[in-house]
Write a protein that binds this ligand. Structure first.
Ligand code: BYC
Length: 334
């Protein structure tokens, strides 16, 4: 039983012509904070927005495997290697749940991958930065997974059922990843001077790109023209604005940095008693938009690697399809 199973579901296939009926039914479910399920009729804008966001999210998960996989062969111990390998596999799993969730909206996974490969769809800006030292594996877990959790926990209450349900497991795993990253940095910060310097350098390089992960501000000069926040909040897809989540992330992370004995690279970072939040300095939005347009340090490398992996894996897809066809033919005979 899912969200609205106790009511009278309005089946998408039976109602395609009756847009006002669809809208009324849909608005009723959203207004009552119920879940929209794949069989439900929904406005085209809602469907397209979800495909855009879920696909971008899925692409981020699989592209996000690259910077960390870079350190599997060089992790400093067998234990570290095993943990990192499991983490990278988790990210592949997240990609699979998310592509499956997108497919419930009537889009084909192959089409989404084509759009990633030809640049029509985005992935998170954060994965266009390089992992230069082992401490970066720690900083990604601590800061990048930390930001991802902040952004994704509210998505467990997203109005679209399959996305919300996928997010529950994703968030549990991200939470483990965040602790794994923190523990790597904890060990380095309590190690030799050189190890501590390595941890500090990683925190310096990953801090600002992590703040950019939440997306452009909702208002002001750096806001995206026609940003999606207002509409997506009305649809129950987004529960908080980009700036609110960014602030929550800063508030959560500053005390953790203090615990680690690391400084964050922002001279304006200061506790604001009146607001009850940490103030932070201006974000370089020009850098953010540059990275989004393809001009980050690793954009070219990430997408080339992804395309090659896809081409190299063609035989696996062909074999799986041939096996499925054979199994289906056998069943027909039986
Ligand atoms: N990178 O109006 P806005 C992870 C785009 S974590 C690239 O605020 P929206 C992982 C945005 O798409 C990362 N593009 O849009 C973690 C839009 O362009 P389009 C993935 C970005 O959708 C650890 C334009 O800027 N997480 O996977 O309301 C290890 C204007 O933005 C970014 C998710 O995807 C960015 N950082 O809000 C491994 C979570 N920010 O599409 C893996 C789900 C903005 O109109 N996604 N843009 O051309 C979301 O919550 C929302 O899509 C965002 C953006 C908060 C990211």
């Amino acid at each position: 039983m899912y969200g609205n199973d106790f009511g009278e579901p309005l089946n998408a296939a039976e109602t395609s012509d009756y847009t006002d009926v669809v809208q009324e039914y849909f608005d009723g479910l959203i207004g009552a904070d119920k879940r929209i399920e794949p069989r439900d009729a929904m406005p085209e804008g809602y469907r397209k927005t979800l495909i855009r966001q879920i696909a971008q999210h899925a692409h981020s998960e699989i592209i996000g495997m690259q910077p960390e996989a870079n350190w599997i062969s060089r992790a400093p111990s067998l234990r570290r290697k095993a943990i990192l390998m499991a983490k990278v596999q988790d990210e592949a799993g997240h990609g699979l749940y998310l592509y499956s969730a997108a497919e419930t909206l009537g889009v084909d996974r192959e089409e989404l991958l084509d759009k990633l490969h030809n640049g029509q769809q985005k992935y998170s800006s954060i994965f266009n930065y390089p992992t230069l030292t082992w401490a970066d594996a720690g900083a990604i877990g601590w800061l990048v997974d930390g930001a991802a959790i902040m952004n994704q926990v509210p998505l467990c209450r997203c109005s679209y059922g399959p996305y919300a349900r996928a997010m529950i497991r994703v968030c549990k795993e991200e939470s483990f990843h965040q602790r794994q990253g923190f523990e790597i940095l904890w060990t380095l910060s309590n190690g030799t001077e050189a190890q501590k310097a390595m941890a500090q350098d990683a925190a310096n390089r990953w801090w600002w790109p992590s703040l950019m992960m939440f997306g452009p501000p909702d208002t002001g000069e750096a806001a995206a023209p026609g940003g999606h926040t207002e509409q997506n909040m009305a649809w129950g897809i987004k529960r908080f604005s980009n700036d609110d989540l960014r602030q929550k992330f800063v508030d959560m992370t500053v005390p953790q940095a203090q615990k680690l004995g690391l400084t964050l690279p922002d001279p304006d970072l200061a506790w604001n008693e009146e607001r009850g939040h940490w103030d932070f300095g201006p974000i370089d939005w020009d850098e953010f938009w540059r990275v989004l347009k393809g001009d980050g340090p690793c954009n070219e490398q990430r997408i080339t690697h992804r395309r090659t992996a896809h081409e190299d894996g063609a035989w696996v897809r062909e074999a799986a399809n041939a096996y499925a066809a054979k199994a289906a033919a056998k069943q027909e005979v039986a």
